[in-house]
Design a protein around this ligand. Sequence first.
Ligand code: PBG
Length: 345
Amino acid sequence: NTAAGLKAAAASDVDQITGHRRMRRTRIAEWSRRLTRETRLTVDDLIWPIFIIPGTNVLEPIDAMPGVSRMSVDKAVEAAKMAADLGIPALATFPNVEMEHRDQTGSYALEADNLINRATRAIKKEVPQIGIITDVALDPFTDHGHDGVLRNGEIVNDETVRIIAAAAVHQADAGADIIAPSDMMDGRIGAIRQALDAAGHQSVGIMSYATKFASALYGPYREAIGTSGLLKGDKRTYYLDPANATEAIRDAGLDVEEGADMLMVKPGLTYLDICRALKDTYGLPVFAYQVSGEYSMVKAGAAAGYIDGERVMMEKLLAFKRAGCDGVLTYFAPEAARQLAKGGW
Ligand code: PBG
């Protein structure tokens, strides 16, 4: 019965068991939780990925990413202003180009005045204080949706690297601050560094998508840039196997040797072990890309009433900091910046 149970329990002295070590003391009050908090998320940690489309005054909601729209360049400039006002340090830009600009080798990537470079120029002109990170993979420009040149069913490495390195120079000419190759070809970091330096872009940095996994979490992004219907097969012959951590660390090591300034882990939450390992192994700035699927799952869960979307968003973003990341590429950036400005996180 209850009384006997309590009496027996009283005989076990908790202080004797814990040796007076009481972990809960620091958790009792909010002031003390604040004082002892080890990791913090701030607006300085946020990079906002945005999608650019042709035209003017166009905002096109993306079905698979509630709250995210493709924007024409003029709208992207407005968005950049808003982001700068919120204190977001940098944008990452991704184009959705017309089908007529997509071909076997992604040749539109080599047009100096293509959509992505026009967006960079326009944003740099109006909002010079915000950093611009451009992706150089070929998938927005190929008619098969792969990140490189497709020949006889194979994504050809070296030819792709040469195209990407040349595209990177155009992006830097347009004003990109950081080039972020997301294609996972071998040798691309070194080739991009050489090409940038030869073109006088010594100050343009490289954020390598060093460990990019063949993930199912990119689904909504492919709708966003219009590649979901195009992609034949999958990207497992060039992206990392989600099962492989050691290989991921070796792969990132080559990028470090070839001159990467920053490393990225992608997707984010399912690869926190890799974030920690890269930070501890190389000491370079490490960024996680909280990809489209990660974003949309939170939105869907919140819309269904299963989770508190705002709190889950903040908890997930904080997890990247705890795992050693210096920042996060996240579609939540403006929303998170607003929450952080309100305080209480
Ligand atoms: C490919 C690329 C991908 C993403 C950005 N660039 C992956 C892919 O389509 O295979 C995904 C971003 C996201 O899911 O948010 N170069």
